[in-house]
Design a protein around this ligand. Structure first.
Ligand SMILES: [Zn+2]
Length: 139
């Protein structure tokens, strides 16, 4: 057993940590789904489920949407290059990632009555490559 020297308390073991989260708070651990864009999701479904002129229109809209997203990423890269050599120049990005309901309830109407949502807010310094994550409880 290891003891934390700075605070002189015994850290809890992982199985206890898991048991408390799962049994007392109904929180599960799993690999998160990949972050998908709702616009891409919708247009991909429309492309797959349509044909002819409609399909071509949705393919065009999807391509346009993806080019806009790429342009944003390219802009960040172009802005980051001068920031790497000039410490007075900062490129900071922000991302509010998926809101997760707490506790984990899947029953239809109950799902929408969650009192607490958990959000992961990310602030990334593109010059240093250091990201800071802030887990927020929202209601
Ligand atoms: Zn998208």
């Amino acid at each position: 057993m290891h003891y934390c020297k700075e605070n002189s308390f015994e850290p809890i073991r992982e199985d206890k940590y898991r048991r408390i989260f799962v049994e007392d708070f109904n929180i599960r651990f799993k690999i998160p789904k990949s972050d998908t864009c709702p616009v891409c999701d919708e247009l991909n479904i429309k492309v797959r489920t349509s044909d002819g002129q409609h399909r071509r229109q949705y393919e065009y809209e999807l391509q346009l949407h993806q080019r806009r997203a790429e342009a944003g990423q390219t802009n960040i890269r172009h802005q980051t290059t001068p920031a790497k050599s000039d410490t007075n120049y900062h490129v900071i990005t922000f991302d509010l990632q998926e809101a997760l309901p707490m506790p984990r309830l899947s029953s239809g109407p109950v799902f929408y009555k969650h009192k607490i949502w958990t959000c992961n807010f990310n602030v990334h310094n593109c010059r240093t490559g250091v990201g800071h994550f802030f887990v927020l409880g929202c209601n």
